[in-house]
Design a protein around this ligand. Structure first.
Ligand code: GLV
Ligand code: MN
Ligand code: MN
Length: 408
């Protein structure tokens, strides 16, 4: 039913936007690359006969009318931004599978009671500002003026970045949909894990999404001469940070599903022959169970305080982002299972370790997700890969899911 060739060609076209010399994709939010990706998708949406607009936070939306045109909409899509040097599928597959499913509705001429909208959200990844899901927060009404103060590596605030691309940060409220105006949100995404591959299945039904907590640790000791300062007279912030990072790994390993990652670290002054006086590092901590994640967080905070006290380091910990784990809606999960049966696929239930825009949308409407098999579970990496057949299977399951959800 869906056009596998068209979907694949579009994925490969998008994969050239923001391509880095070493093969990955970097498409940060509000960048020329993200703009180019949105312009390309906009053109395809128009070709598909959708009515296209962009909202006050830059979400790109293509709408197909329903019989009840003032009724609630069924929303489907994903994001077009990427992490630094990421892959081709994380985000774009969800946008293009949604477009493919809706274009298929156009071509078959099927009528739905409710309108269906394809959305490409602004900034899901949070790579640029260490704060993500800007577009989905805007649409769900959870984006605040305070959030717009987060800065990128050059000190540019989200607010400034919006202004630079012609958006008015004071208008973010206009992007918020009213309660009851969205009937459901459903997203196709690569699994970014190996459960489907091991089960030899192209798609899965997502039951829940692990919640990411992002912390920033700042350690301050004393910079000094690397040659003349005795080892027992040092307050080396980097050695303290190293000890904390070891403990983070140990604390996560005590649990079954908890994962913790230190992905950024800065050392100052940063000289070969200077004792590090100041260190900053981030922690990304996740679990599908909020209570378990809190337990691990407390363990890490306690041990970090002890290490810093022992080493006479000043410690401060800031919360960059705190998103609770989410359960997918049972009715949407059931619709996806029915869709799998309609196309002859076994509906394996999977959980998501990665964060997704649905985590914001769940404040507005019921959400569901369809996962597509990833090769070797690799993601946030240039080697990220899902086959043309599996991508089309995801779009096909989405098509049948949307038909059910848009019945009204
Ligand atoms: C987004 O991909 C995230 O889970 O960090
Ligand atoms: Mn994603
Ligand atoms: Mn991602």
């Amino acid at each position: 039913m869906v056009n596998q060739e068209r979907l694949w060609q579009r994925l490969m076209t998008l994969a050239e936007i923001g391509r880095q010399p070493d093969g990955g994709i970097t498409r940060l939010s509000f960048s020329p690359e993200e703009r180019a990706a949105k312009d390309t998708v906009r053109r395809w949406m128009e070709e598909a006969g959708l009515s296209v607009r962009e909202d006050a936070v830059g979400n790109l939306i293509g709408r197909r009318s329903g019989q009840q045109n003032d009724g609630p909409v069924v929303l489907t899509g994903s994001h077009l931004d990427s992490v630094y040097n990421g892959g081709n599928f994380d985000g774009p597959l969800g946008v293009l599978a949604a477009l493919e499913a809706v274009q298929c509705m156009q071509e078959t001429g099927v009528e739905t009671a409710l309108p269906v909208e394809v959305v490409a959200f602004t900034d899901e990844e949070g790579a640029r500002f260490r704060f993500g899901m800007i577009g989905s927060r805007g649409l769900a009404g959870t984006l605040t003026a305070d959030h717009l103060e987060a800065v990128d590596a050059n000190g540019v605030r989200i607010r400034d970045a919006m202004t630079a691309v012609g958006l008015n940060p004071d208008d973010i409220g206009q992007a918020a949909r009213s309660s009851g105006s969205v009937a459901a949100y459903v997203e196709v995404h690569i699994e970014q894990g190996t459960v489907l591959e091991r089960a030899n299945l192209p798609v899965g039904v997502v039951s829940g999404i692990a919640g990411p907590l992002w912390l920033k640790f700042s350690l301050r000791g004393q910079a000094g001469h690397a040659g003349t300062t005795a080892m027992d007279a040092r307050r080396d912030a980097l050695v303290g940070a190293a000890a904390i990072i070891q403990e983070i790994e140990a604390a996560c390993r005590q649990e079954v599903h908890t994962v913790g990652t230190v992905g950024q670290l800065t050392v100052e002054p940063g000289g070969v022959n200077i004792i590090p006086g100041q260190v900053e590092f981030t922690l990304d901590l996740r679990d599908v169970d909020a209570a378990v994640r809190t337990r691990v967080e407390q363990r890490i905070r306690t041990v970090a305080a002890r290490i810093c006290a022992d080493r006479q380091l000043d410690l401060s910990i800031a919360v960059l982002q705190d998103i609770a784990p989410v359960r997918c809606d049972e009715r949407i999960q059931a619709a996806i299972r029915t869709a799998c049966a309609q196309v002859g696929l076994s509906p394996l239930t999977v959980v998501s370790g990665a964060g997704h825009d649905g985590m914001q949308l769940q404040h507005l409407c019921p959400i569901g997700m369809i996962f597509v098999r990833s090769k070797d579970g690799v993601s946030h990496h240039p080697a990220e890969w899902s086959s043309p057949e599996d991508c089309a299977a995801g779009a096909e399951v989405l098509y049948h899911t949307l038909l059910q959800l848009s019945q009204g």
